[in-house]
Design a protein around this ligand. Structure first.
Ligand SMILES: CC(C)(COP(=O)(O)OP(=O)(O)OC[C@H]1O[C@@H](n2cnc3c(N)ncnc32)[C@H](O)[C@@H]1OP(=O)(O)O)[C@@H](O)C(=O)NCCC(=O)NCCS
Length: 148
Protein backbone atom coordinates (compact mmCIF):
# COMPACT_ATOMS: atom_id res chain seq x y z
CA UNK A 1 0.00 0.00 0.00
CA UNK A 2 1.90 3.09 -1.22
CA UNK A 3 -0.43 5.84 -0.03
CA UNK A 4 -0.44 5.02 3.68
CA UNK A 5 0.30 7.87 6.06
CA UNK A 6 1.17 7.10 9.69
CA UNK A 7 0.63 9.81 12.28
CA UNK A 8 0.01 10.25 16.01
CA UNK A 9 -3.58 9.58 17.03
CA UNK A 10 -5.11 12.33 19.16
CA UNK A 11 -8.32 12.92 21.07
CA UNK A 12 -9.75 14.27 17.81
CA UNK A 13 -9.66 10.65 16.52
CA UNK A 14 -11.65 9.33 19.48
CA UNK A 15 -14.93 8.67 17.66
CA UNK A 16 -13.22 6.95 14.70
CA UNK A 17 -11.13 4.66 16.90
CA UNK A 18 -14.03 3.79 19.13
CA UNK A 19 -16.11 2.88 16.05
CA UNK A 20 -13.30 0.64 14.74
CA UNK A 21 -13.07 -1.18 18.06
CA UNK A 22 -16.85 -1.73 17.90
CA UNK A 23 -16.94 -2.92 14.28
CA UNK A 24 -13.73 -4.96 13.80
CA UNK A 25 -14.29 -8.40 15.26
CA UNK A 26 -10.67 -8.91 16.35
CA UNK A 27 -10.10 -5.38 17.67
CA UNK A 28 -9.93 -4.84 21.42
CA UNK A 29 -13.41 -3.90 22.59
CA UNK A 30 -12.34 -0.89 24.58
CA UNK A 31 -15.06 1.48 25.73
CA UNK A 32 -15.21 5.07 24.54
CA UNK A 33 -13.79 6.21 27.89
CA UNK A 34 -10.90 3.70 27.66
CA UNK A 35 -9.99 5.13 24.27
CA UNK A 36 -10.26 8.63 25.73
CA UNK A 37 -7.85 7.73 28.56
CA UNK A 38 -5.47 6.00 26.15
CA UNK A 39 -5.33 8.89 23.70
CA UNK A 40 -4.75 11.38 26.53
CA UNK A 41 -2.09 9.32 28.30
CA UNK A 42 1.50 10.62 28.19
CA UNK A 43 2.73 7.06 28.84
CA UNK A 44 1.22 5.78 25.63
CA UNK A 45 2.22 6.10 22.01
CA UNK A 46 -0.87 5.87 19.79
CA UNK A 47 -0.35 5.78 16.02
CA UNK A 48 -2.93 5.77 13.28
CA UNK A 49 -2.47 4.68 9.66
CA UNK A 50 -4.63 6.37 7.04
CA UNK A 51 -5.14 5.61 3.38
CA UNK A 52 -7.11 7.90 1.08
CA UNK A 53 -8.42 9.77 4.11
CA UNK A 54 -9.76 6.66 5.85
CA UNK A 55 -8.36 4.90 8.88
CA UNK A 56 -6.56 1.70 7.90
CA UNK A 57 -5.11 0.71 11.26
CA UNK A 58 -4.17 1.69 14.78
CA UNK A 59 -1.39 0.81 17.20
CA UNK A 60 -1.15 1.57 20.91
CA UNK A 61 2.04 1.05 22.91
CA UNK A 62 2.41 1.66 26.66
CA UNK A 63 5.84 2.85 27.86
CA UNK A 64 7.22 2.30 31.35
CA UNK A 65 10.84 3.45 31.61
CA UNK A 66 13.01 1.48 29.21
CA UNK A 67 10.32 -1.14 28.47
CA UNK A 68 7.30 -0.75 26.21
CA UNK A 69 4.37 -3.06 25.59
CA UNK A 70 2.18 -3.30 22.50
CA UNK A 71 -1.36 -2.99 23.86
CA UNK A 72 -3.09 -3.28 20.52
CA UNK A 73 -2.43 -3.33 16.81
CA UNK A 74 -5.36 -3.74 14.47
CA UNK A 75 -5.77 -3.22 10.73
CA UNK A 76 -9.24 -2.96 9.18
CA UNK A 77 -10.20 -6.05 7.15
CA UNK A 78 -10.03 -4.44 3.70
CA UNK A 79 -6.53 -3.02 4.32
CA UNK A 80 -4.91 -6.23 5.58
CA UNK A 81 -1.84 -7.89 4.09
CA UNK A 82 -0.69 -4.64 2.48
CA UNK A 83 2.04 -3.73 4.97
CA UNK A 84 -0.04 -1.41 7.18
CA UNK A 85 0.80 -3.15 10.48
CA UNK A 86 4.46 -3.26 9.51
CA UNK A 87 4.42 0.50 8.85
CA UNK A 88 2.80 1.16 12.24
CA UNK A 89 5.24 -1.03 14.16
CA UNK A 90 8.34 0.24 12.36
CA UNK A 91 7.37 3.85 13.08
CA UNK A 92 6.59 2.98 16.71
CA UNK A 93 9.98 1.27 17.09
CA UNK A 94 11.74 4.37 15.72
CA UNK A 95 9.87 6.68 18.11
CA UNK A 96 10.46 4.35 21.08
CA UNK A 97 14.19 4.16 20.38
CA UNK A 98 14.30 7.96 20.31
CA UNK A 99 12.61 7.96 23.75
CA UNK A 100 15.26 5.61 25.14
CA UNK A 101 13.09 2.48 25.20
CA UNK A 102 15.27 -0.66 24.96
CA UNK A 103 12.75 -3.49 24.86
CA UNK A 104 9.35 -4.00 23.21
CA UNK A 105 7.10 -6.74 24.60
CA UNK A 106 3.61 -8.10 23.93
CA UNK A 107 1.17 -10.92 24.57
CA UNK A 108 -0.67 -12.70 21.78
CA UNK A 109 -3.16 -15.55 21.51
CA UNK A 110 -1.29 -18.76 20.69
CA UNK A 111 -3.59 -19.37 17.67
CA UNK A 112 -3.26 -15.87 16.15
CA UNK A 113 -1.22 -16.90 13.12
CA UNK A 114 -1.48 -13.50 11.38
CA UNK A 115 -0.10 -11.65 14.41
CA UNK A 116 2.56 -14.32 15.02
CA UNK A 117 3.63 -13.99 11.37
CA UNK A 118 3.82 -10.21 11.73
CA UNK A 119 5.90 -10.34 14.92
CA UNK A 120 8.23 -13.03 13.55
CA UNK A 121 8.75 -10.82 10.47
CA UNK A 122 9.87 -8.02 12.82
CA UNK A 123 12.25 -10.23 14.83
CA UNK A 124 10.21 -10.77 18.01
CA UNK A 125 11.23 -13.88 19.96
CA UNK A 126 9.09 -16.06 22.22
CA UNK A 127 9.92 -15.52 25.90
CA UNK A 128 7.27 -17.67 27.55
CA UNK A 129 3.67 -18.73 27.71
CA UNK A 130 0.81 -17.93 30.11
CA UNK A 131 -1.57 -20.87 30.36
CA UNK A 132 -5.27 -20.10 29.83
CA UNK A 133 -4.55 -16.36 29.94
CA UNK A 134 -7.36 -15.42 27.56
CA UNK A 135 -11.06 -16.14 27.91
CA UNK A 136 -13.95 -16.47 25.42
CA UNK A 137 -12.43 -18.64 24.03
CA UNK A 138 -10.00 -19.77 26.70
CA UNK A 139 -6.48 -19.88 25.30
CA UNK A 140 -2.81 -19.56 26.24
CA UNK A 141 -0.93 -16.31 25.66
CA UNK A 142 2.53 -16.32 24.12
CA UNK A 143 4.88 -13.67 25.50
CA UNK A 144 7.06 -12.16 22.79
CA UNK A 145 9.78 -9.52 22.99
CA UNK A 146 12.45 -7.85 20.94
CA UNK A 147 15.38 -5.67 21.82
CA UNK A 148 15.26 -2.22 20.24
C1 LIG B 1 -2.23 -9.02 12.70
C2 LIG B 1 -2.60 -7.82 11.80
C3 LIG B 1 -2.47 -6.54 12.65
C4 LIG B 1 -1.62 -7.77 10.61
O1 LIG B 1 -1.89 -6.57 9.90
P1 LIG B 1 -1.52 -6.41 8.34
O2 LIG B 1 -1.49 -4.97 8.02
O3 LIG B 1 -2.42 -7.28 7.54
O4 LIG B 1 -0.03 -7.03 8.30
P2 LIG B 1 1.08 -6.67 7.21
O5 LIG B 1 0.46 -6.58 5.86
O6 LIG B 1 1.87 -5.50 7.69
O7 LIG B 1 1.96 -7.99 7.28
C5 LIG B 1 3.35 -7.97 7.52
C6 LIG B 1 3.84 -9.40 7.63
O8 LIG B 1 3.19 -10.07 8.72
C7 LIG B 1 2.91 -11.45 8.36
N1 LIG B 1 1.46 -11.65 8.23
C8 LIG B 1 0.48 -10.71 8.21
N2 LIG B 1 -0.73 -11.29 8.11
C9 LIG B 1 -0.52 -12.62 8.03
C10 LIG B 1 -1.38 -13.74 7.92
N3 LIG B 1 -2.72 -13.60 7.82
N4 LIG B 1 -0.83 -14.95 7.91
C11 LIG B 1 0.51 -15.14 8.00
N5 LIG B 1 1.41 -14.09 8.10
C12 LIG B 1 0.88 -12.86 8.12
C13 LIG B 1 3.59 -11.65 7.00
O9 LIG B 1 4.96 -12.03 7.24
C14 LIG B 1 3.53 -10.26 6.40
O10 LIG B 1 4.48 -10.03 5.40
P3 LIG B 1 4.13 -10.48 3.88
O11 LIG B 1 2.74 -9.96 3.58
O12 LIG B 1 5.22 -9.82 3.08
O13 LIG B 1 4.19 -11.97 3.87
C15 LIG B 1 -4.05 -7.97 11.24
O14 LIG B 1 -4.22 -9.25 10.69
C16 LIG B 1 -5.14 -7.71 12.27
O15 LIG B 1 -5.57 -6.56 12.46
N6 LIG B 1 -5.58 -8.78 12.95
C17 LIG B 1 -6.65 -8.64 13.97
C18 LIG B 1 -6.14 -7.96 15.23
C19 LIG B 1 -4.99 -8.73 15.86
O16 LIG B 1 -5.00 -9.94 15.94
N7 LIG B 1 -3.98 -7.97 16.33
C20 LIG B 1 -2.83 -8.53 17.02
C21 LIG B 1 -3.12 -8.71 18.47
S1 LIG B 1 -1.65 -9.22 19.36
Amino acid sequence: MHDVVVRRATLLDLETLWKISESEAQAPHWSRSSWEQTLGSPQRLSLLAESEGRVAGVLVVACVGSIAEVETVVVVQQARRKGVALRLLIQAQDELRARGVRELELEVRASNSAALGLYAHLGFLEQGRRARYYSAPEEDALLLAKSL
